[in-house]
Design a protein around this ligand. Structure first.
Ligand SMILES: [Zn+2]
Length: 174
């Protein structure tokens, strides 16, 4: 996997459904609707968008994008910080309460030009094959990209749908 792709800085990507997308910035393209993420947007708030990672088919691997083209927590205003916290909290609640995932890892890299946070699920197959911890996220992602079959992709889309339903049922700003 290309390192720029991994940071979300490339100009083109192929999502896990096989669609090819070209853009200047993936985060901005998703926001404008120029790039459709697999399964569709899970939640759109005033400042953020939540959806599945478009390139890596792991059930419950979600990305929180901030709408503004910035790349650091230090540039966020108060409202954005509050909404990001709420979105992450409810995304994790959804994954856990719906029994998809017991544990997640959060990642935010400032080398990505458009602020996004990974909500990366931990499954036992990952620990068994690779070990535990952030060191292995890239290898796990590469493995999922190479080895996901039709059923795995169905499961990813199912988790997206159920998580979207969860968000519809809850007011995350309360
Ligand atoms: Zn952008």
């Amino acid at each position: 996997m290309n390192d720029n792709n991994f940071a979300g800085n490339s100009k083109t990507s192929v999502d896990f459904l096989g669609n090819v997308w070209n853009y200047d910035c993936m985060g901005c393209a998703i926001l404008r609707g120029d790039m459709k993420i697999p399964g569709g947007i899970i939640y759109e708030g005033k400042y953020t968008i939540l959806g599945a990672d478009p390139e890596i088919p792991i059930p419950g691997f979600l990305i929180v994008n901030v709408k503004r083209h910035i790349n650091s927590f230090s540039e966020l205003n108060k409202e954005e910080r509050i909404e990001i916290g709420n979105v992450i909290s409810y995304a994790e609640k959804a994954l856990k309460e719906l029994n998809f995932v017991k544990e997640v890892t959060l990642v935010q890299e400032e080398r990505s030009k458009h602020f996004h946070i990974w909500i990366f699920p931990n499954y036992s197959w990952m620990t068994e094959k690779f070990g535990k911890g952030i060191t292995y996220l890239r290898a796990i992602s590469g493995y999922a990209q190479k080895n996901a079959n039709k059923d795995d992709i169905k499961e990813v889309l199912y988790v997206v749908e159920k998580t979207r339903e969860y968000f519809k049922k809850h007011n995350i700003n309360e």
